[in-house]
Design a protein around this ligand. Structure first.
Ligand code: ADP
Length: 340
């Protein structure tokens, strides 16, 4: 007799999913925390990447801006190397079934679990209004993942808790609505690069579109320079030794630099006679070089908006088909009768 499987996802094919908010211009935190992993993984297995414009509404309530940022995210992904023939890139609102699944999930989510939400508490503490969308954000996120049967979710370290909420929801749903040997939903695993941790913004807090402390992936020229030169540091004088491990500038340098460069800059910090101004110039050069090719590609793509919309349309078609398959199983499991 064979042993019972201990892998809760044995019955599910591997599916990579991840979403990105179009609530502002994409930044280095998004890139190192998520997008770089998205680009690396998107062609390896079945995958769905979506621009979560419903989520963006929790903080961005300006139709023109939402439309612009949504389109720009698509442009950014394509410029950074996303191949639409290998995966799907689409708009969350092209799959309205996610809001249907979110509603079902509301009913099996304890309010107490959402009240502990670090991301919610953090955003409210930073002065954002505590609307119900912001409070329920993790539920819609869980629906986003599970509706495509997501088993692997590449996200930044700041998303750990939301992923836990998603896993709890999937387990609770299966316990309540599915036979033990035939789960309806997989239990997704986060894919987090621990060494990236949380990318700091120019003010030293987590870099976030909500905090106005970002460096955009495609910032260039005087704007990029102004932001890099404005990164907050302590006031250790130029000639004194400095600790690279507590410096916001070095935290960004280490993400771009290869091992040799990283060691060289760290040694210069420790030796003294190397000021934060030097480090900022180094960082400016690293950012400019790293995204040079993508910047050119982005310019070319920006001149072809119809192509970008075609990519989103085709991605949406695939996303809807996959979502509808899973929703049929969910509706059936919870006892929602559909007559069409
Ligand atoms: P934002 O906080 O700027 O609105 P999102 O919530 O849209 O960012 O996050 C999109 C992805 O980028 C998520 O996977 C998130 O984990 C990642 N991410 C966002 N900010 C950071 C950061 N400062 N460091 C690491 N990853 C981040």
């Amino acid at each position: 007799m064979s042993e019972p499987s201990t892998n809760p996802n044995a019955a599910f094919p591997p599916v990579v999913v991840s979403g990105i908010q179009p609530s502002g211009t994409l930044h280095l935190g998004n890139y190192f925390g998520a997008i770089r992993q998205h680009i690396a993984l998107h062609a390896q297995s079945e995958s769905y990447f979506f621009i979560v414009n419903y989520h963006a509404l929790t903080t961005l309530q300006d139709a023109t801006a939402l439309r612009k940022y949504s389109f720009d995210v698509a442009l950014d992904y394509l410029a950074l190397g996303f191949d639409p023939s290998a995966s799907s890139l689409f708009l969350q609102s092209d799959v309205p079934q996610v809001t249907e699944l979110a509603w079902i999930f509301y009913n099996i989510t304890p309010v107490s679990q959402l009240e502990k939400g670090v991301s919610f508490k953090d955003k409210v503490a930073q002065g954002l209004s505590a609307n119900a969308g912001l409070f329920n954000y993790p539920i819609l996120q869980a629906a986003d993942i599970l509706i495509y049967g997501g088993t692997l979710v590449p996200v930044g370290a700041d998303q750990k808790q939301n992923l836990e909420i998603c896993r709890d929801l999937a387990m609770r749903f299966n316990d309540r609505f599915a036979p033990a040997d035939a789960p309806v939903l997989p239990i997704p695993e986060p894919y987090i690069l621990e060494h990236v941790a949380v990318v700091p913004g120019v003010d030293g807090r987590k870099m976030s579109k909500s905090y106005d402390n970002t460096i955009g992936i495609f910032d260039e020229g005087s704007e990029l320079k102004r932001k890099v030169m404005g990164i907050v540091t302590d006031s250790t004088p130029l000639e004194e030794p400095k600790d690279p491990d507590t410096c916001n500038v070095f935290a960004l340098i280490r993400l771009f630099a290869d091992d040799a460069k990283r060691e060289e800059v760290a040694a210069a910090y420790r030796a003294g006679g190397y000021g934060y101004g030097h480090a900022k110039k180094e960082l400016l050069g690293l950012i400019t070089n790293h995204f040079a090719e993508a910047r050119d590609r982005r310019r070319e793509l920006a001149a072809r908006p119809d192509y970008v919309m075609d990519v989103l349309r085709e991605g949406g078609r695939k996303g809807r088909a996959q979502a509808e398959r899973h929703m049929q199983a969910v509706r059936e499991a919870v006892g929602l009768i559909t007559t069409h």
